[in-house]
Design a protein around this ligand. Sequence first.
Ligand SMILES: Nc1nc2c(ncn2[C@@H]2O[C@H](COP(=O)(O)OP(=O)(O)OP(=O)(O)O)[C@@H](O)[C@H]2O)c(=O)[nH]1
Ligand SMILES: [Mg+2]
Length: 422
Amino acid sequence: MFVDEVTLEVSAGNGGDGCMAFRREKYIAMGGPYGGNGGRGGNVIFQADSGLKTLVDLRYQKKIKGKNGINGEGKNKHGKNAEDTIIKVPMGTTIKDTNGNIIADLLTDKEEVVVAYGGRGGRGNVTLATKTNPCPSYAERGEPGETRNIKAELRMLADVGLVGLPSVGKSTILSMISNANPKIASYHFTTLAPNLGVVKTKTGSFVVADLPGLIEGASSGLGLGHKFLKHIERTKIIAHIIDMSGSEGRDPYKDYLTIRNELKDFSDKLTKKKEIIIANKMDLENAKENLINFKNKLPNLDIFEIEAINNKGLDTVINKLQLLVDQTPDEELFDKDIQEKHVLYKFKVEKPYTIKKENNAYIISGEKVEKIFKMTNFNTEEAINRFAKKLRNMGIDDELEKMGIKEGDIIRIMDYEFEYTK
Ligand SMILES: Nc1nc2c(ncn2[C@@H]2O[C@H](COP(=O)(O)OP(=O)(O)OP(=O)(O)O)[C@@H](O)[C@H]2O)c(=O)[nH]1
Ligand SMILES: [Mg+2]
């Protein structure tokens, strides 16, 4: 089954906790601080890999979690940094945030992007010592790794896209020239999602995508085709299939114009691609006559006559396609339009905190404040004071005063509650 979109929750590893420890040496009454720092949490990195063709490996992996850094230890021993987690995806994968902003466009082999950064290690009390507090009785916990919800999207990197109105024989062609077994039937919209197939020829091979039928108005969203037009943007060649027999009572020439218009309305780039015209259903009556008229109207087009159902004429078509594929360098797929997407969106930094009042409780939330909370070990008085001081420095106390907080009111951060004292 063809997969082109996967939604994932990606969390990087947490930093290891810093350690609080003291020297214990003979004859030294007051040993100094001796706790080491925690190691850095591992990043989660997405990397393009030329050996992959689909996102299928990610499909059942709703959550990806990076590795945590190791905790610091006594004797000022630092915890090890965690290794990064590398997720391999096919070339052409686009990573977006949940608002549709592009985080990365992984176009070339081994190109990579850090999707979520690991947390830094918490500092141990050796590092936290200062002149005024040479022997702190607290250590930081590791910083939590970032968590991001993302969408990985693969625009198919097929070499050739088969386009045309419904029922013109696109899937029949794919089934004859490749290893794919698409559904074929006489009703419209038999194909609901693109099928991919690999075509082997005497000189090489290439990938063909059979797309759902396009109809007039597809470029503005009518029918199914619109959803998939973006896939054609990255194919090298468009093979335009026409039912030359007009078996459904249409004029093949008009069919040709309809599809060309839809491609153009969707994106100018599509009309600039190399194109071949395949005249199908040449076994039916009227086909020959229609073809003569068609050629009169469009004398400069390269037209291939086939009977897909009888596997006639397709050898010539695939040889021609192979030639065109070989002549079109890959770079052309990554033209300026796509490269421009490399101006990438950075994840927005949230407001450091927000305060909501509920009855007599003040609920403080926000990425930064929660991070400080998670990095605090509330087991010593000194650590708690240090936490309170950080909130004060962020202006939270002033804000609470403005909101009318009174001695004894409750402050809540995540699942922790404490009373307000001045
Ligand atoms: N007579 C004749 N019929 C054909 C030929 N090629 C395909 N057909 C028939 O045309 C009908 C539609 O074929 P499909 O291959 O499903 O067409 P499609 O373009 O993929 O259609 P959608 O997926 O609905 O857009 C089927 O009944 C095929 O058997 C041909 O060369 N000659
Ligand atoms: Mg089909």
